[in-house]
Design a protein around this ligand. Structure first.
Ligand SMILES: Nc1ncnc2c1ncn2[C@@H]1O[C@H](COP(=O)(O)OP(=O)(O)OP(=O)(O)O)[C@@H](O)[C@H]1O
Ligand SMILES: [Mg+2]
Length: 239
């Protein structure tokens, strides 16, 4: 299976724990201001935007919040695949026909998570995402759900993400640790800064735990022979 909702299937795994940490961090960034409409993007393709959106949605819903996922990657919608939904209709249709988005919102197998799938791929995605209808839709969803998470295309490749970034409360940038080109990541950030987006933070995705300090940390402490001195030193670093 290309996609898995690990927060649902393996809720006790370290990866699910990482999504819970992300949830907590997002909650902290919203302490002083309302941060409920959040867009997830990345510099390039395949860095893990859609996976992050879906798992963050599940993780947030597990705290009792109502979460709407909107698939605004109209060029390559995937949320319907992750949640196993039909995509014959969705955001693109709601915008083109100026029809109530609620007609297209679908419930998922996860209590509290609703999805507005992308719908059929339109010829003018950037225009639709930047339309007045889209603004009205964002206003309407903000009245109805506790949290709204937007999936988007890569911000360097097309303008859709930068356009949407101006309408949301905050943006999370997903960076694939082994694949991301630093210049690209910086360019993505610059592009978002330029339109006045509020960047809440970045997610380092696809980190190779086997070679990282974190893996070493867990591995090291899993063994009985771990010297005490190293242990406390590592502990501080991890905190
Ligand atoms: N942390 C991870 N570890 C391993 N594989 C992952 C991870 N995150 C995502 N993937 C896998 O990488 C692929 C790309 O992920 P995803 O579709 O979420 O990225 P994307 O940024 O939304 O891509 P696109 O730009 O095509 O929309 C998927 O097959 C997904 O299952
Ligand atoms: Mg995607």
């Amino acid at each position: 299976m290309a996609y898995s909702l690990i927060t649902l299937e393996k809720s006790k795994s370290p990866i699910s724990e990482a999504y819970r940490t992300l949830r907590t961090n997002v909650q902290f960034t919203g302490v002083d201001s309302e941060t409920r409409i959040i867009m997830i993007t990345s510099a390039g393709p395949r860095e893990g935007k859609s996976t992050t959106v879906a798992n963050l949605a599940v993780s947030m819903a597990q705290t009792g919040k109502s979460v709407l996922v909107i698939d605004a990657d109209l060029r390559n919608p995937t949320q319907h695949k992750i949640f196993g939904l039909n995509n014959a209709e969705g955001l693109s249709v709601a915008l083109v026909l100026d029809q109530d988005y609620l007609d297209f919102v679908k419930e998922t197998a996860v209590p509290g998570v609703m999805v507005l799938t992308g719908g059929p791929i339109p010829p003018n995605p950037a225009e639709l995402v930047g339309s007045k209808r889209m603004k009205r839709l964002i206003e309407a969803v903000s009245q109805k759900y506790d949290i709204v998470l937007f999936d988007t295309p890569p911000v360097i490749a097309v303008t859709d993400g930068a356009i949407l970034a101006q309408e949301v409360d905050g943006v999370i940038l997903v960076l694939a640790s082994n694949e991301v080109n630093k210049d690209y990541a910086l360019r993505a950030k610059e592009q978002l800064d330029k339109v006045g987006a509020k960047i809440l933070g970045a997610v380092l995705n696809k980190a190779d735990l086997k070679t990282s300090e974190y893996y070493y940390y867990y591995y090291y402490h899993g063994s009985d022979s771990s010297p005490k001195k190293r242990k406390s030193k590592r502990h501080k670093k991890a905190d």
